[in-house]
Ligand binder design. Structure first.
Ligand code: ZN
Length: 88
C-alpha cells in the first residue's frame, strides 16, 4: 500500500503559508527556546543575503539568500514557526 503522495500536494499549503507577512510570525529559537516575532530578530545585511539572529541568545535563526528567480531559505535555527493565516 502506498502511504505517501508526491510533492505537488504541498503547493496549496505552502502557497498560503509563504503569502503571509513573515515579520508577524512567531519563531521559537532552536538554541535557547525563546519565542519572538520574526520582526524582533536582529537582521544582519553584511553577508551574502540576510542573516536573522535571536534577540535573546544571538544564534542564527534564519538566513535568506536571493538571486534572480531564486530564493534560498535556511531555517534550521527555528524550532517552530507560528503563522497567522488570514481568514481562518
Ligand atoms: Zn535564542
Amino acid at each position: 500500500m502506498n502511504t505517501h503522495l508526491d510533492g505537488n500536494v504541498l503547493a496549496g499549503a505552502l502557497g498560503e503559508v509563504f503569502a503571509v507577512d513573515i515579520t508577524t510570525a512567531v519563531a521559537q529559537c532552536a538554541s535557547c527556546g525563546t519565542s519572538q516575532a520574526m520582526g524582533q530578530a536582529l537582521v544582519y545585511t553584511d553577508a551574502p543575503g540576510l542573516v536573522a539572529r535571536c534577540r535573546t541568545c544571538g544564534e542564527v535563526v534564519l538566513r535568506v539568500t536571493r538571486s534572480p528567480g531564486r530564493t534560498w531559505l535556511d531555517m534550521r535555527g527555528v524550532r517552530c514557526l507560528e503563522l497567522h493565516v488570514p481568514g481562518e
